[in-house]
Design a protein around this ligand. Structure first.
Ligand code: IPE
Ligand code: IPE
Ligand code: MG
Length: 258
C-alpha cells in the first residue's frame, strides 16, 4: 500500500543493514540519489568539539556511502559538499573545509579507481582556490573512463547560480544567431545546466532534520522524492542510505497523474 510521504514505514525501521540491503536489491532502484550532507557542526558541538571536527568526521560518511551506493548499483550519487552561501561562514571554517577537500580528494583516488567510480564536480569554478581546483581536475580526468557509480560533488554550488549560468549560455546562443528564443524549452535549458546528461534525482536525502533545500538542484528536483532524517551526517551509515532507498521504493510516484 502506498505510504504517506515523510514517514518511513515502521516495518523498515526495525531492519538491519543486511536485510535492508537485500530488500533494496529486490526492487527497482532509484537511478540517481542526491544528498544534502548536513549537521557536521552540530555533531561536533554536541560532543564539545570544534565544528571543523565534524567536517573531518563527515568525510568518513562520504566514503562509506559512496561504497554502499556503488555496491547496490545506484548509477548516480550527488553529494552537496559546499554551497555558494557557505562562503559566508567564518574564514577559519571555510579554509578548513578547503584543505580537507584538498587532502581527501587525492587520498580517495585509489579507492575510486578500485571501485570504478567516475568523479565529477558541479558548481562554479571561479572562486575555488587554485590548488583545490587542480586536484579536482586531476581526479576528474583520472576517473573519466570509469564505468561504475557516477559520483557528482556539488562544490561551490548554488542552484540559482546554475540557472543564471544556463540562461547566460542560452542568451549567448540567441545573440549569436545559433538559437531562436522560441526554441528554448525544458530540454535545452536542462542541457545548459551543470548536470547536462545526468538524469534528474529520483530521491533526495537531507540529514540533520532541516526541512529545506538550501539552494540545491532546484530545477532538477521538480519531481524528486524527499526523505529527511534527524541523523547528523557524521552518523549517517550505509544502513541509513538503504533505509531511505527502501522507503523510496514504497512510494507512489504520480507525476501529476492519478
Ligand atoms: C554540513 O554541515 C557541511 C557543510 C555545509 C559544508 P554543517 O557545517 O552545515 O553543520 P550544521 O548544519 O551547522 O550542524
Ligand atoms: C546545505 O547545508 C549545504 C551543504 C550541505 C553543503 P547548510 O548548512 O549550508 O544549509 P542551511 O544554511 O542550514 O540552509
Ligand atoms: Mg548546516
Amino acid at each position: 500500500m502506498p505510504l504517506k510521504s515523510g514517514v518511513t514505514a515502521p516495518e523498515l525501521s526495525t531492519l538491519g543493514e543486511r536485510e535492508l540491503r537485500e530488500r533494496v536489491l529486490s526492487r527497482p532502484l532509484p537511478r540517481h540519489v542526491a544528498i544534502i550532507m548536513d549537521g557536521n557542526g552540530r555533531w561536533a558541538t554536541s560532543r564539545g568539539l570544534p565544528r571543523v571536527a565534524g567536517h573531518g568526521e563527515g568525510v568518513k560518511s562520504v566514503r562509506s556511502v559512496v561504497r554502499a551506493a556503488g555496491e547496490v548499483g545506484i548509477e548516480y550519487l550527488t553529494l552537496y559538499a559546499f554551497s555558494s552561501e557557505n562562503w559566508n561562514r567564518p574564514s577559519h571554517e571555510v579554509s578548513t573545509l578547503m584543505s580537507l577537500l584538498e587532502r581527501s580528494i587525492d587520498r580517495e583516488l585509489p579507492e575510486l579507481m578500485a571501485r570504478s567510480v567516475r568523479f565529477r564536480v558541479i558548481g562554479r569554478p571561479n572562486g575555488v582556490p587554485a590548488e583545490v581546483q587542480r586536484r579536482i581536475d586531476h581526479v576528474v580526468e583520472a576517473t573519466a573512463a570509469n564505468t561504475g557509480l557516477n559520483l557528482l560533488m556539488a562544490f561551490n554550488y548554488g542552484a540559482r547560480d546554475e540557472i543564471v549560468d544556463a540562461c547566460r549560455r542560452l542568451a549567448r546562443d540567441v545573440a549569436e544567431g545559433r538559437l531562436g528564443p522560441e526554441q528554448i524549452d525544458e530540454v535545452r535549458l536542462g542541457r545548459a545546466l551543470y548536470t547536462d546528461g545526468v538524469p534528474d534525482p529520483d530521491l533526495l536525502i537531507r540529514t540533520s532534520g532541516e526541512m529545506r533545500l538550501s539552494n540545491f538542484l532546484l530545477w532538477q528536483i521538480a519531481y524528486t522524492e524527499l526523505w529527511v532524517t534527524p541523523t547528523r551526517w557524521p552518523d549517517f551509515e550505509p544502513r541509513d542510505l538503504y533505509l531511505a532507498v527502501a522507503d523510496f521504493q514504497q512510494r507512489d510516484r504520480r507525476f501529476g497523474r492519478v
